[in-house]
Ligand binder design. Structure first.
Ligand SMILES: Cc1ncc(COP(=O)(O)O)c(C=O)c1O
Length: 462
C-alpha cells in the first residue's frame, strides 16, 4: 500500500520486468506474504552499518564493538516493537520455521501441544516431531475455534505442560485469529501460547505483554527486512533450562575434556556466528514500521485487501476462498482459482504476459488447502502432489490500487480470451512459456547482454 502518497517506500518499486514477446512492464508484486521487498529505510540503515560490519561479541576492535552494539541493540528494538515484557528474551533465528523448531526443541518433556490443521507446516510439523500434538480440525468460525480449544484444553492431562500453538493470521486466506481470546483461554487452563506471527507482525500491531502471549515467532523477510533473520520472542523459563538449539561456539561458557557448560539466554540458543546484518535489518524494519504506525499500515491494508477481494469476486470464473467467510479482520491476502485453468498455468500467464507476481500451489498448508477444496469444483492438485492448489495474491507497503486493477484486468482477459502465448506443462506440474524469450538481468548473466548469442540466460532454460 502506498502510505503518504509516495510509491518508493520499498526498494525496487519501479522495476520493469520482461514479458514474453519482447515487451516489458512495471512489476506488480502481489507476493508479499511469501517475501516482502526491503523498505527503503531498512536498506539505508544496512548501508550505514556495512562499513562498520565486523565480528561480534568477542572482537576487541572498535568495529566489532559497533557491530556488537548494533546486534544487541536490535533485541531491544524488536522486543519493544512487539510490546514484549522487559524480561522477555529475543532470540535471533533464520526465520519463523527456525524459531518454532527452536521452541519445539525446548519444551519440557511430556508437553502436549495443541494446534490446528489450519496452520502453515512450520507450525504443524515441528510439534509432530518432538511432542504429542493434538491437531484440531480447521474450524468453521472463530467461535468454533475457541470452543474446540476450550474443550481440548479442559481434557489435557493435568500436571503436564500444555502449549497452544496457533497462527496470528492465515497465510492462505488472511483471516486474523482471535489471539487475545486464545491466550486468555490457554492461561485459564494453565497452558502456554505461541503465536506464529509470520503473517501478522508485518500488518498488525503485536502486543505480547498486552495480550499476555508467551511466545511469538516471526520472519524478517516478510517484514520488509529480507536479510535472512527471524526471531523467537517471549518467556525465558523453558528456553533457559533446555540444551542449546545449536551446540557450538557462542552457546557455551566453557568446555573441558569431560563436558561443557552452556551460556545463558539468548546466546544459549544462538550457536555459531550470528547474522548481524539480518538482526539489524529486522530491527530497522521495526523502527520504520513504528514510525509509519501499525494503525496506518493496517487501515490502508484493510482498504486495499477489501478492494482486492471485491475485484476478484466480480470476475466470472474466478473463485475466491475463505476459511471464515465474512470474517471482518483480514490481512491483505486473497486465495483464488480460475475455473477450468490450472493454478500454475494462470500464475505463469500472469507473470509472462502481464508482469504480475503471485504465488500458486498449496502454500505450505496442505491440510488447509485440502479442507478448502472440499466440494469446490475446478480444483487441481498442486505441483507434483495430490494436494489441491490455488493462486494467492498478497499486499503490503508499496501496494497500490493500480496493482489490483492490473491483476483484475489480466484475469478478466485470461478468463474471457485465454492466453496469448503458448505454454508447456513440465513433469513436476510447473508451467513455462514456450518459447520463453525473457532475459535475466545482466548482473546475473553477462551473456544475456544484447548480442549475437544470448547463451543459457533465458529464464526457463530447463
Ligand atoms: C503463517 C506462516 N507461518 C510460518 C511461515 C514460515 O516462514 P519462513 O518460511 O520464513 O520460516 C510462513 C511462511 O510463509 C507463514 O506464512
Amino acid at each position: 500500500m502506498v502510505i503518504e502518497s509516495e510509491c518508493s517506500r520499498v526498494v525496487g518499486a519501479g522495476v520493469e520486468v520482461p514479458l514474453v514477446g519482447g515487451r516489458s512492464a512495471r512489476y506488480i508484486n502481489l507476493d508479499y506474504a511469501a517475501s516482502a521487498p526491503a523498505l527503503v529505510e531498512v536498506w539505508d540503515e544496512i548501508q550505514a552499518l556495512i562499513p562498520w560490519y565486523s565480528s561480534v561479541h568477542r572482537g576487541a576492535g572498535f568495529r566489532s564493538q559497533v557491530s556488537t552494539a548494533a546486534y544487541e541493540g536490535a533485541r531491544d528494538t524488536v522486543r519493544s516493537f512487539l510490546g514484549g515484557r522487559p524480561d522477555d528474551t529475543v532470540i535471533f533465528t533464520r526465520n519463523t520455521t527456525d524459531a518454532i523448531n527452536l521452541l519445539a526443541r525446548c519444551l519440557p518433556r511430556r508437553t502436549t501441544v495443541i494446534t490446528t490443521l489450519t496452520e502453515h507446516h512450520a507450525n504443524l510439523l515441528p510439534w509432530r516431531r518432538y511432542h504429542s500434538a493434538v491437531e484440531l480440525p480447521v474450524p468453521a468460525s472463530p467461535a468454533e475455534l475457541l470452543a474446540d480449544v476450550d474443550e481440548t484444553l479442559a481434557r489435557a492431562p493435568e500436571e503436564q505442560p500444555v502449549l497452544l500453538a496457533v497462527t496470528g493470521a492465515s497465510n492462505v486466506t488472511g483471516e486474523v485469529w482471535p489471539i487475545a481470546e486464545l491466550a486468555e483461554l490457554a492461561h485459564h487452563y494453565g497452558a502456554r501460547i505461541l503465536v506464529d506471527c509470520a503473517q501478522l507482525a508485518p500488518h498488525r500491531a503485536v502486543d505480547i505483554a498486552g495480550l499476555d502471549l508467551d511466545w511469538v515467532a516471526l520472519s524478517g523477510h516478510k517484514m520488509y527486512a529480507p536479510f535472512g533473520s527471524g526471531a523467537l520472542v517471549g518467556r525465558t523459563d523453558w528456553l533457559a533450562t533446555s540444551d542449546p538449539y545449536l551446540a557450538g561456539g557462542g552457546s557455551v561458557a566453557w568446555v573441558s575434556a569431560q563436558g561443557a557448560a552452556w551460556t545463558d539466554l539468548p546466546d544459549r540458543h544462538e550457536g555459531g556466528s550470528p547474522n548481524v546484518v539480518g538482526a539489524f535489518a529486522l530491527a530497522a524494519a521495526c523502527r520504520a514500521l513504528a514510525r509509519i504506525g501499525m494503525g496506518a499500515v493496517s487501515a490502508e491494508e484493510a482498504r486495499l485487501g477489501d478492494l482486492l477481494r471485491e475485484r476478484l469476486a466480480g470476475i466470472p470464473g474466478v473463485v475466491t476462498y475463505q476459511t471464515w467467510p465474512g470474517h471482518p479482520e483480514r490481512v491483505g491476502i486473497a486465495a483464488f482459482s480460475v475455473n477450468g485453468r490450472d493454478h500454475a498455468e494462470v500464475a505463469t500467464i500472469l507473470s509472462a504476459e502481464y508482469g504480475i507476481g503471485v504465488r500458486n500451489g498449496s502454500f505450505c498448508a496442505h491440510p488447509l488447502l485440502s479442507h478448502l477444496a472440499g466440494g469446490v469444483e475446478g480444483w487441481r492438485p498442486g505441483c507434483g502432489t495430490d494436494v489441491p492448489g490455488a493462486i494467492r495474491a498478497s499486499l503490503g507497503l508499496g501496494s497500490r490500487e493500480e496493482d489490483i486493477d492490473r491483476l483484475a484486468d489480466a484475469l478478466l482477459e485470461i478468463t474471457t480470451r485465454g492466453p496469448r502465448w503458448t505454454y508447456r506443462t513440465l513433469a513436476d506440474g510447473g508451467v513455462v512459456p514456450e518459447p520463453d524469450d525473457r532475459r535475466l538481468p545482466a548482473f546475473l548473466s553477462p551473456a544475456c547482454l544484447p548480442g549475437p548469442s544470448p547463451g543459457p540466460c533465458i529464464i526457463n532454460a530447463r
